[in-house]
Design a protein around this ligand. Structure first.
Ligand code: ATP
Ligand code: MG
Length: 251
């Protein structure tokens, strides 16, 4: 079976600056791969290339074996690729439930406004049902992150059957950024459920190794746009070239 995601020679230059530099990586079905690397290493730029927000200057992106390098983001989403953004992206004056309903309608779900139960079920999967009628602007950072995950899962309401639905491959760009320490545990549990219980493949940027230890099968380390190392969290932490890349920064 082809890997869910396969990157080869993936590069992105802006003017004379090469920001993503010849990334080759395969992610297998059901795998959880963490992407770490110092600030400015090119992690978000890599996610932009994979999700189609930017076009590579060289190389290819394959999803389930098919070359999707030329597809726009919405066509990739339809093929099962979803992503969240590094900065929170909720609408402050819309309620939590309205976010899910809107995303479900955008994915083609009919009568979703009346389907309060379906919306609630999606919110329960990210442990946010208790805030269904609250405005998103008043949520804690952790709850905003959960809402972003609910929005990713919302297309499930457009499906005729009751399969988990939503993206099979999730790209999460620093979902813990800005989240208070006491909320990190529950958010980690939600992400773990999306991966382990629902079987989704996850690619997640995260700086904190302690969070990744119980979550990631494999860690990919970026540095100056290149892939410096990949391996288990323990192997990567023990790798001297990785430690060198992080000189002056916390690993
Ligand atoms: N549109 C752009 N034009 C020019 N340079 C860019 C652009 N986007 C990103 N860069 C540069 O590319 C480099 C990598 O940025 P990127 O945001 O991908 O890093 P990152 O690894 O996600 O960093 P962080 O950990 O801070 O989120 C940085 O030096 C950044 O300034
Ligand atoms: Mg980034």
């Amino acid at each position: 079976m082809a890997p869910v995601l396969e990157l080869s020679g993936l590069s992105w230059s802006v003017g004379a600056a090469t920001i993503v530099d010849g990334i080759a990586m395969a992610v297998e079905e059901g795998e959880f791969v963490a992407v770490i690397g110092p600030n400015g290493a090119g992690k978000t730029s890599l996610f932009n290339l994979v999700s189609g927000i930017t076009r590579p200057t060289a190389g290819t992106v394959r999803l389930d074996g098919a070359d999707i390098t030329g597809l726009p983001p919405h066509r990739r989403a339809r093929r099962g690729l979803g992503r969240t953004f590094q900065s929170s992206s909720v609408f402050p004056t819309m309620t939590v439930a309205e976010h899910v309903a809107l995303a479900a309608r955008a994915a083609g779900a009919k009568r979703v406004a009346e389907d309060g139960e379906g919306v609630r079920a999606v919110l329960e999967r990210v442990r946010l049902a208790r805030r269904a009628d609250d405005l998103a602007g008043g949520l804690s950072h952790g709850d905003k992150r959960k809402l972003e995950l609910a929005v990713l899962l919302a297309p499930t309401l457009a499906q005729a059957d009751s399969s988990p639905g939503g993206p099979r491959l999730m790209l999460l760009d620093e979902p813990m950024a800005g989240v208070a320490a006491e909320e990190v545990g529950e958010l980690t549990d939600v992400i773990r459920t999306l991966h382990r219980t629902e079987g989704r493949t996850v690619l997640m940027v995260e700086h904190h190794m302690d969070i990744l230890l119980g979550l990631a099968d494999r860690v990919a380390v970026m540095h100056h746009g290149t892939l410096l190392a990949t391996g288990t969290p323990d192997a990567v932490m023990a790798d001297p070239t990785v430690q060198e890349a992080y000189v002056g920064e916390e690993l």
